[in-house]
Design a binder for this molecule. Structure first.
Ligand code: NAD
Ligand code: WQD
Length: 338
């Protein structure tokens, strides 16, 4: 079997689901995570689902020596790089911390890869790297231009990786631009466990449904959309996880450099999501219309043809499954992993 996959940030939300998908594909995994936004309890949960916990190194990706030693010790052949900070609003107030963790962390990882001869990388990018043109769907060739320090940190790393691949064809790199990953593993053993007030729609709805928060604020009902509320491309986190397995197969087969959207290609409004979640949970979800949130676009969804043609991947799970799996996770783990 092929060499071990290093998964940075592998105990986080998308990372944990990807560890499960990798194990199911027969891949050996070593996780490096500093637990800044996760819990070591995730290891047991993964083991419960796959029969074996991934190897785990508690450490920071900005530590080049630690990364290089881990790569050597575990005979790492490829890297999936999730580790980073992800709150758009927080990044506006703490830009240097975001550039340090997301750009500095990625540079440290690349230095360790260069030192150990590992040349295959999947990078967690985001739909937030696209400029706000309003034209949908967003194809990978659309104009780039992020509007927050978080978004720019993703864009800088994407540019860095393109330059690196241009300098040396031995590198094989995929930047996967996620749209809005939601939901949880259907077992309800792993899921999203936000600290404090959730920034994102589905975790907020989930906390209202379970009775931890009173009502959802719908940020704007006067957009030029079907029902006036914001429209996004929500994609099941397990579909996203499986996209990484396909991307790894692809890179090991074809090499090269690509940026690829992971979404469903379908837009869903805030109110549609709320109604679907009410159906899935059997609970009424109170809401109030609030002012628009700064920086939000009216609508955003992906062109998904490239993922299909290059990776043979397409999202399979429905909005109903996203809501049902999120609800099961929230109901069974109201305090997340805590
Ligand atoms: P997450 O916060 O749940 O996971 C990130 C993990 O990285 C956490 O376990 C955290 O402890 C770890 N980490 C952070 N800094 C680290 C460091 N310096 N060293 C070692 N570990 C570190 O986030 P997620 O939702 O799983 O997102 C994973 C990646 O995908 C991130 O890079 C994020 O920016 C990107 N992304 C996420 C979304 C989304 O909506 N969740 C959308 C687009 C892109
Ligand atoms: C979705 C819709 C809100 C919360 C963010 C990041 C993006 C990516 C994914 C990392 C919007 C509305 C939300 C609430 C609401 N992350 N909403 N009330 O903004 O599309 O994307 O997460 O890369 O970079 O920006 O996702 O879930 O925050 O919002 O009405 O309490 O729900 O206005 O229309 P977003 P979201």
């Amino acid at each position: 079997m092929s060499a071990t996959v290093l998964v940075t940030g592998g105990l986080g939300y998308i990372g944990a689901h990807t560890c499960v998908a990798l194990a199911e594909a027969g891949r050996d995994v070593v996780v490096v995570d500093n637990l800044a936004n996760s819990s070591s309890a995730v290891l047991d949960r993964i083991a419960g689902l796959t029969g074996r916990a991934p190897a785990f190194v508690h450490g920071d990706i900005r530590d080049v020596g630690l990364l290089a030693a881990t790569m050597r010790e575990h005979e790492v052949g490829s890297v999936i790089h999730f580790a980073g900070s992800k709150a758009v609003g927080e990044s506006v107030g703490r830009p240097l911390s975001y550039y340090d963790n997301n750009v500095g962390g990625s540079m440290a990882l690349l230095a360790a890869m260069a030192a150990t001869g590992v040349r295959t990388l999947i990078f967690s990018s985001s739909a937030t790297v696209y400029a706000q043109s309003g034209r949908m769907p967003l194809a990978e060739s659309a104009a780039l231009g992020a509007s927050s320090p978080y978004g720019r940190s993703k864009l800088f790393v994407e540019h860095m990786l393109a330059d690196l691949c241009g300098s040396d064809p031995a590198w094989a790199v995929a930047c996967l631009r996620y749209f809005n990953p939601v939901g949880a593993h259907p077992s309800a053993r792993i899921g999203e466990s936000p600290r404090g007030v959730p920034n994102n729609l589905m975790p907020y709805i989930a906390q209202v449904a379970v009775g931890q928060r009173e009502r959802l604020s719908v940020f704007g009902a006067d957009y030029d959309t079907l029902d006036g509320t914001g429209v996004r491309d929500y994609v099941h986190v397990l579909d996203v996880a499986e996209g990484h397995v396909k991307a790894l197969d692809y890179l090991q087969r074809a090499g090269g450099h690509a940026a690829i959207n992971l979404g469903t290609g379908r837009g869903v409004s805030v109110l549609e999501m709320l109604r679907e979640y009410e159906r899935a949970s059997g609970r009424t979800i109170a809401f109030q219309v609030a002012p628009r949130r700064a920086g939000d676009v009216a609508q955003c969804w992906a062109e998904v043809a490239l993922a299909r043609s290059l990776l043979g991947w397409q999202a399979r799970r429905s909005l109903a499954q996203m809501c049902e799996d999120s609800w099961r996770w929230q109901r069974d783990n109201p305090q997340g992993y805590r």
